[in-house]
Design a protein around this ligand. Sequence first.
Ligand SMILES: [Zn+2]
Length: 440
Amino acid sequence: MRIFLSALTATFACSLFAQSGIVANIDLRDQENDRLKVELVVPPFADAPLYFALPRIVPGIYGAMDHGRLAGTVEAFDGDGNPLPIERVDVGRWRIPEPHGLKRITYTVDDGWEEFDIRFTMGNYRSSEGTMRPSATVLNHNTVLGYFEDHEELPYTLHLNKPATHYAATSLPRTAETSETITFQAKSYRHLVDNPMMIAPPDTAHIRLPDIDVLVACHSTTGKAIAHDIAKHIRPLLADQRAYLGGTLPVKEYTFLIYHNPSDREGSSMGDGLEHSASTLILLCMPLDAEAIARNVYGIASHEFFHTLLPLSVHSEEIAHYDFRAPRLSRHLWLYEGMTEYFAMHMPVKQGRQSLEEFMETVSGKIQQMRKFPDDIALTTLSQQAMERQDQYVQLLPQGHALLHGPRPDAARAIEGQLRRARIGARPDARVWSRQTIQG
Ligand SMILES: [Zn+2]
């Protein structure tokens, strides 16, 4: 997760699965009062009662969003179309006392925001939600599609109907496609949520390098095509990241989803990125200036792409077994965010795109930012309390970074020692990460 605000502040699956999983049907062309109709066709469930839910929070963000607040009346039906009892127990949770015979769940959902601006009226984590406009849709599945508690591992088949003029950009695997209907497959609810989509008139560019295929899909509300200009800046970024990581990139396919809306406050701009295993969603509110947009995308894309290492490849069990209602936050959040930001900052000087003076200036800036926060709480404690301490969570980026290259060199040496001894994991990408840390 990375948010910047300038001027205003200082700164798979197969058809076998489909038969036993959940089938979701949505039609973007069929909205009433800005609400999207959702139908879930479900397999037989043995447990009673059964709980249907929309996430309270998703991986990568550290504040409760209660995505269920966007859902209207949820209804349950048996195979003959007869309604079954269902009651809402809280903002994102519904109880079905007798799910025997349950066949379908239906409801409508609102979009999380109408337009991405610099006003923060929708909270800090708009990159975990989205908008559904005739011109373009940003779709985070966690705001639209629910799951059944204790059945999060069920696969999903999503039938998406869309305007023929729109392209659906996502890393979610697709198994069938016509101009107006696409069928996607997700291995689990987690896999579904990990692959957001942007559905808009095509403004795309492909970056094909020997070891990675990257799709840059953009939508600017100005109507101007921007993907080609942005891709020109992402191509060297990927080359730099490969060199920085010792010659190997952690993923083979990746999608950048970039939504741009021009800023209506002169001199102000804002960006919000949320990392995923095979994609990043970047929301931008800034003037339509290709150079400025590309520069900001370089910074956010660099940070979010480095998240493919931490925490998406190397992480503690709290991340591996994610609870969408009450996640146990890892003590290592400072490491995930701090190290990721450190990689993004250190890479330009290491790869010769920045002078040592410029790098030191950036480091100074981070240390200055860090000093604005209380230093009487351990970063591990703050990491576990990130949801309650929203105002202080942002310090994890400068603090984590400063630990490695700043006023706490003893801590940095201790971390290096631990990493050398632990030899984190056996995945090649984990080894790359460890080596780079030690060199860093
Ligand atoms: Zn981050």
